[in-house]
Design a protein around this ligand. Structure first.
Ligand code: FAD
Length: 374
């Protein structure tokens, strides 16, 4: 096994690992990505790819500024990655509707619109039922109305992960398909990783192992409180025109994708590391889909996928130096928004490694030290 020295080893070939490797390689650092299975073979390769910075965990406080920054960076990163890798991530802006079926949902969305409509770069308003149907004729006419946003985005997650990996390689990064089993350390300094056979040395190590972060906790002796949250998605073939906007209801979603299919999700299941698809999940997702768009009852189911989100103990991402270590970094815990947040998380990590600080807004609130009273 090679032992020649690298500047940085990135453990994990999901989006957090590959994009961090790209940003570091672009700065001239010698980077190795070590991936146990295959690049984009877990959540980052199967995610729905919605880029919605106006709702979800940590939004608006403390992560609205961070989330908006992340979406803006997607817009500039997409052509940058395509130029370096030849892979089109199919980033695009897409209108979204969050449907309300009763008064309390309508009140809640109207309340949120009060601050959302002031966020620069977006247009957010309440639409009554008849206007909802003008935006998306497939929406359920039984809805009371919807929160409508223009300016939110979408990307093809698998292509994005692949583009980041290939762009990193273009700037000199290498990708090794090996399982990391531990860290090589001298006091608080990490000088590399151990593999099932052999070891690799580096000046710094980034842990980007998604839901497997608990394993990394045992390597470094610091609790990284992340667990897997299973999510399933179905893909359906439609013989008529594609949907115009994404539909959302009670944490579920549906939209037409550039592959011509409608993707609909999702579930939140505590099932350990099991990634089997289930009929119960399929039925739940179909139920939500038909509530949002009853006319899709005839669409043909062509694929069902399941994968694991990395969920942190407080629902916010974990980005920064591992407490007690000089040169060991972690990027994980992105939950349901890891594709959106990848740009801010990875720029934050790369900045901390290269410059010791970052100007990405909000990254300081993601410091892993928050779990150890730091
Ligand atoms: C159903 C579903 C839908 C989603 N939809 C969206 C969405 O619409 N928008 C959005 O923003 N986010 C979405 N997400 C969330 C997003 O997919 C995740 O937050 C993100 O992909 C996590 O990226 P990651 O790189 O941290 O983890 P992963 O993609 O899991 O990558 C971690 C990698 O580490 C590797 N690894 C683990 N242990 C080792 C080891 N010992 N040695 C070497 N390698 C190792 C794994 O093999 C894996 O490849 C969705 C997630 C799911 C499940």
């Amino acid at each position: 096994m090679a032992t020649d020295r690298r500047d940085v080893i990135v453990v994990g070939g999901g989006i957090i690992g590959c994009l961090t490797a790209y940003l570091l390689s672009r700065e001239g650092l010698k980077v190795t990505i070590v991936e146990a299975d295959a690049v984009a073979s877990h959540a980052s390769g199967f995610a729905f790819g919605g880029l919605g910075p106006l709702e979800g965990a940590g939004i608006p406080d403390p992560l609205l500024g961070f989330s908006v920054w992340c979406l803006e960076r997607h817009a500039s990163l997409s052509p940058e990655l395509e130029e370096a890798s030849g892979v089109d991530t199919q980033f695009h802006l897409r209108d979204r509707l969050i449907l309300a079926f009763d008064d309390s949902e309508a009140r809640r969305y109207k309340e949120e619109i009060k601050w959302q409509k002031d966020v620069k770069g977006f247009h957010v308003e309440w639409l009554d039922q008849s206007d909802v149907l003008k935006v998306e004729p497939r929406a359920n006419p039984a809805c009371l109305g919807a929160s409508y946003a223009k300016g939110t985005g979408a990307i093809e997650a698998y292509r994005y992960n692949l583009a980041a990996a290939q762009a990193a390689e273009k700037f000199g990064a290498e990708i090794l398909l090996r399982r990391v089993t531990g860290l090589i350390s001298q006091g608080g300094r990490c000088s590399g990783v151990t593999l099932e056979t052999g070891r690799l040395e580096a000046g710094a190590v980034v842990l980007a192992v998604g839901p497997w972060s608990q394993q990394a906790s045992s390597w470094c002796g610091v609790e990284i409180p992340v667990s897997p949250l299973k999510g399933q998605v179905i893909r359906l073939q439609l013989t008529t025109d594609p949907m115009r906007a994404s539909l959302n209801y009670a944490g579920s979603y549906a939209a037409s994708k550039p592959d011509g299919l409608i993707w609909a999700g999702t579930t939140e299941e505590e099932a350990g590391f099991d990634v089997g698809i289930t009929t119960a999940a399929r039925d739940k997702i179909m139920g939500d889909l038909l509530k949002m768009a009853p006319s899709l009852a005839d669409a043909e189911l062509v694929q069902q996928t399941a994968c694991l989100r990395p969920i942190s103990a407080d629902g916010l991402p974990i980005v920064g130096k591992v407490p007690g270590w000089e040169n060991l970094y972690v990027g994980t815990g992105s939950g349901r928004k890891g594709i959106l947040w990848s740009t801010g998380m990875c720029h934050g990590l790369a900045d901390l490694i290269v410059k010791g600080s970052t100007e990405v807004p909000g990254v300081s609130s993601l410091d892993p030290a928050r779990f150890s009273g730091g």
